[in-house]
Design a protein around this ligand. Structure first.
Ligand code: NAX
Ligand code: K
Length: 478
């Protein structure tokens, strides 16, 4: 559109359907989609608009990249999204020029969902809502600052704080602990609902990279809280330089070893040959894209992988990696140790839910030993889905099991990641301190009745909410 055309008032119809469902608890309203949003066919489509960055930061998630992911983020957090106006005359994206405003019929959303709060993103939407909508629906709206690039006076952190009431007004959905077989069934349901496994893997790898970057930046969520509660040792999340640690993972530090957080050097991403490895390949792509140097360590070259979508992910990552990055195929143990000696952080994407048998086979057993040694010397370890060597289902740990600072587990927590510290906890046998196995009759979820305690090798557990699973779990429960 030329500048000349932008100055002409245009009659504009909204044209983008609202995002909402029966679980929406808040309604967020803008004024009218801008020309860029209408082009993108979705809300806040201008690449410089900070709406999606604000929402992602509010919920501590990577920024969604597609309209499907944006929709997913909203629905997962029980947020309905629409605009005040159905049509108006407007010059370009200038709210001040709006004439002949006709409101959307918000009853469509308000009658179908338990919406308790309405938020307007900017002064114009708040004013028009007050004039055209509030008299009809009777809900007062809270005004939020505009996330538009025109509102440059508001920095991103300040916007995030201003939007905090949105996060506080919604109920947080905590996925239940699910058996591995139930997660696999869920993965099929997610695919049937429109997100196939390769899409899920991209989300998984991006989330993994996001948590790794947070650790590199010293922003490991909950880390402060753990430090304050007095937990220390090799099992505690690493939050500061020089955390004293016992090499055996005991809470009591022996004072002879210190874990220092080195910020220099490349991130080493260990990739196994299955789809857990695929998460690692995708994470490497994102870290590289974010300017972080990476070294991918793999037993097989991408073309020699058989598992899909891991093979495609690996081929793609290798093709797009910058010159800053390198892929090492079947390096010897000395090379791996040298890499780790210079590395602030390693990602363990060696084995996930597909780990079978009691022992880890070569070369992964040796990689795990080198990785654990490096961790004692200060390399932070982020595990993909489950620390390699640990059974995600039973919690049985192989002699060679990764000790992680953070475990980013995909979609839902799995029983093997937790131990029982409370006799009241729903579990399948086992004494206190043994792995938790939650009863999941017929593939359905059953919540544990006691607080879940991460198994020591998991470190902090972060569940990566890769898809909107609430309705799928409800459907499975019948
Ligand atoms: N379930 C889901 O919804 C999702 C799963 N994804 C990832 O996919 C993973 C599962 O992938 P796979 O089913 O391919 O399984 P894995 O990649 O966990 O393991 C299979 C690979 O490990 C090898 N392996 C098995 N036991 C071994 C042993 N004892 N010693 C050495 N090697 C051994 C197999 O030969 C195979 O190459 C999950 O853990 C997760 O990381 C994510 O990409 C996306 C979402
Ligand atoms: K892993």
């Amino acid at each position: 559109m030329t500048k000349e055309t932008q100055r002409q008032p245009q009659s504009v119809e909204h044209g983008i359907p609202p995002v909402s469902d029966g679980r929406s608890e808040v309604l967020v309203l803008g004024t009218m989609p801008s020309p860029k949003s209408r082009e993108a066919g979705f809300f806040y489509g201008h690449p410089q608009n900070r709406f999606w960055r604000v929402l992602a930061a509010l919920f501590d998630e990577p920024v969604p990249e597609s309209n499907a992911e944006r929709t997913d983020l909203l629905l997962r957090h029980h947020i309905a999204l629409w605009d005040v106006l159905a049509s108006c005359d407007i010059e370009g994206a200038s709210d001040a020029s709006i004439r002949n405003a006709r409101p959307n019929d918000l009853s469509r959303i308000l009658h179908a969902a338990p919406v308790r709060h309405v938020f307007c993103t900017g002064a114009t939407s708040a004013r028009l809502y007050g004039k055209l909508c509030e008299p009809v629906c009777g809900i007062a709206a809270q005004k939020l600052p505009s996330t538009s690039p025109a509102n440059a006076a508001w920095s991103l952190p300040r916007l995030v704080e201003a939007y905090r009431p949105v996060a506080e007004a919604v109920t947080c959905f905590e996925p239940p602990v699910l058996d591995v077989s139930a997660v696999v069934a869920l993965e099929r349901a997610i695919a049937a609902a429109g997100t196939p496994l390769d899409g899920l893997m991209r989300r998984a790898g991006r989330f993994l990279a996001y948590e790794a970057r947070k650790m590199l930046e010293g922003k490991g969520a909950d880390g402060g809280a753990v430090a304050e509660s007095g937990a220390a040792g090799a099992d505690a999340p690493l939050v500061a330089v020089g955390v004293a640690a016992g090499s055996d993972g005991s809470a009591a530090a022996d004072g002879t070893r210190h874990r220092g957080f080195r910020r220099e050097g490349p991130v080493v991403v260990f990739c196994g040959s299955g789809n857990n490895g695929g998460d690692g390949w995708v994470a490497a792509e994102y870290l590289d894209r974010w300017g972080i140097p990476v070294r991918v360590v793999t037993a097989r070259a991408p073309e020699d992988l058989r598992a899909e979508p891991a093979r495609s992910a690996a081929l793609r990552t290798r093709a797009v990696l910058s010159d800053r990055a390198a892929v090492l195929v079947a390096p010897d143990d000395g090379e791996v140790a040298d890499l780790l000696a210079a590395s602030p952080l390693a990602i363990d994407a060696i084995l996930g839910t597909g780990f079978s048998h009691d022992a880890v086979k070569a070369p992964f057993d040796r990689w795990i030993r080198v990785l654990n040694d490096a961790r004692v010397r200060g390399t932070v370890v982020v595990a993909a889905d489950v620390p390699s060597g640990l059974s995600a289902q039973t919690g049985a740990a192989a002699a060679d099991t990764v000790r992680a600072d953070v475990t980013v587990t995909m979609i839902a927590p799995k029983p093997g990641l937790y131990i029982v510290r409370d006799q009241g906890c729903a579990r399948r046998g086992g004494a206190e301190g043994e792995p938790l196995a939650v009863q999941v009759p017929g593939g359905q979820a059953a919540a544990a009745t006691a607080p879940l305690v991460p198994a020591p090798c998991c470190g902090r557990i972060r569940v990566a909410p890769l898809a909107y699973i609430e309705p799928l779990l409800e459907a499975a429960a019948g």
